[in-house]
Design a protein around this ligand. Structure first.
Ligand code: NAD
Ligand code: DAU
Length: 357
């Protein structure tokens, strides 16, 4: 029988995917309470949630997932019956220059959240409970030219980021196996869409094209990613939360593989027209730079289990999704300026100048 949550805790809801999830979840479940726990790192921005902040069932709590007392009090006070855990350090390049925070948040923070959730679930305060760990296809490592990641592919993470996500996934598994806790685990491919922080490939390219800045393509530009619209990811998460059997793992992906250089060319060309620039002008901004260390060559998700078991299908074509995303960034340049100020600007200068050949 389907699980029907009444009061959910979303962690990391002020970030890219968490905010998009909260928007769609509240629309689909207006009677369900949603508590958003986010410590607002550089990647979290409450403006991402302006449209829902006055919704009667929505609450924001500023705090760290590693704060056990805070997590325990939220779980008890709001009688939380589902935790949807997005909070993480999420950028691979940052994990290479500073891995420690990735272990602290993604591994240790997730363990605190799991442990407090276990106590809350075992207290019997709520009739039913789920803990959904939002993970990534990167835990599977890198593919060659052929093949797909399935849920049975052994974990083989290659960056400090993906290793920290794999660590959390293993803890989630252990809490199910050891305590029988009703956990769920999803592993999604690369997302794109509104509120994507402009340090990641697609929003960085859009931002730099608009501002006529160089477009740094790592290595030969032939690495492949499988892109999914963030709203399709949000819908898949809701489906898994409500319908999946406790203990299960589901891959989520769009069957939409692109070489990085092809996606950068596409974004350049779509923006030529929108910015009234001559065809090809934006492509001249492309600059090949030194490769990311340990750069995974190809990700490709087999999402057939999710489609077969739970009937999920992506709603967005890539053509529509990328066009809408570019238009969103053009219409929201104030948001981009705000989130790229301060610490991010310093990081970008250091990272890009350090990487340029
Ligand atoms: P993001 O970096 O945009 O947002 C992360 C959010 O978590 C931010 O709001 C941040 O303030 C918050 N946060 C970080 N540390 C915290 C802490 N200790 N306590 C409370 N809040 C904290 O990330 P995203 O791209 O939205 O990714 C969300 C989740 O989805 C992550 O777990 C990531 O691993 C996973 N994921 C991302 C992608 C992708 O393409 N972006 C794909 C698959 C899976
Ligand atoms: O696959 C899911 C993962 O996708 C998520 O788990 C991560 O949180 C998310 O950040 C993303 O990781 P990637 O490393 O794939 O995303 P990123 O946007 O950083 O890079 C995408 C590809 O583009 C990758 O091959 C590196 C390349 N790249 C990236 C940047 C930022 C460039 O060539 N130039 C760049 O400036």
């Amino acid at each position: 029988m389907a699980f029907s949550p009444t009061s959910i805790l979303v962690t990391g809801g002020a970030g890219f995917i968490g905010a998009n999830f909260i928007h769609s979840f509240i629309t689909n479940n207006p009677a369900c309470n949603v508590v958003n726990l986010d410590c607002l790192t550089y990647a979290g921005n409450l403006k991402n949630l302006a449209a829902v902040e006055n919704h009667p069932g929505y609450r924001f709590v500023k705090g760290d997932i590693g704060d056990a007392a805070l997590v325990a009090s939220i779980l008890a006070e709001h009688r939380i019956d589902a935790v949807v855990h997005f909070a993480a350090e999420s950028h691979v390049d940052r994990s290479i220059s500073g891995p420690e925070i990735f272990v602290r948040t993604n591994v240790l923070g997730s363990q605190v959240l799991l442990e407090e959730s276990r106590k809350h679930w075992q207290s019997g305060t709520v009739a039913d409970f789920r803990f959904l760990q939002i993970s990534t296809d990167e835990v599977y490592g890198s593919l060659g030219d052929t093949g797909y990641f399935t849920e049975e592919t052994p974990l083989a993470p290659n960056s400090p980021y993906s290793a920290s996500k794999a660590g959390a996934d293993m803890l989630v598994r252990a809490y199910h196996e050891t305590y029988g806790m009703p956990t769920l685990n999803t592993r999604c491919s690369n997302n794109y869409g509104p509120y994507h922080f402009p340090e990641k490939l697609i929003p960085l390219m859009i931002h730099n094209i608009i501002n006529r800045k160089p477009l740094p393509v790592y290595g030969d530009g032939l690495n492949v990613r499988d892109w999914l619209h963030v709203r399709d990811h949000a819908a898949a998460v809701e489906t898994v939360l409500k319908q999946a059997a406790p203990g299960s793992v589901y891959n989520i992906g769009g069957n939409n593989e692109w070489k990085n250089i092809d996606i950068v060319n596409l974004v350049c060309d779509l923006l030529d027209g929108r910015l009234g620039r001559p065809t090809g002008e934006n492509r001249s901004l492309i600059t090949f730079v030194k490769d990311r260390p340990g750069h995974d060559r190809r990700y490709a998700i087999d999402a057939s289990k999710l489609k077969r078991d739970l009937g999920w299908e992506p709603a967005y074509t890539f053509e529509r999704g990328i066009a809408e995303t570019i238009d969103w960034y053009l219409a929201n340049q104030e948001w981009v300026s705000e989130v790229t100020s301060g610490a991010y600007r310093e990081y970008y200068a250091r990272h890009y100048e350090g990487a340029a050949q």
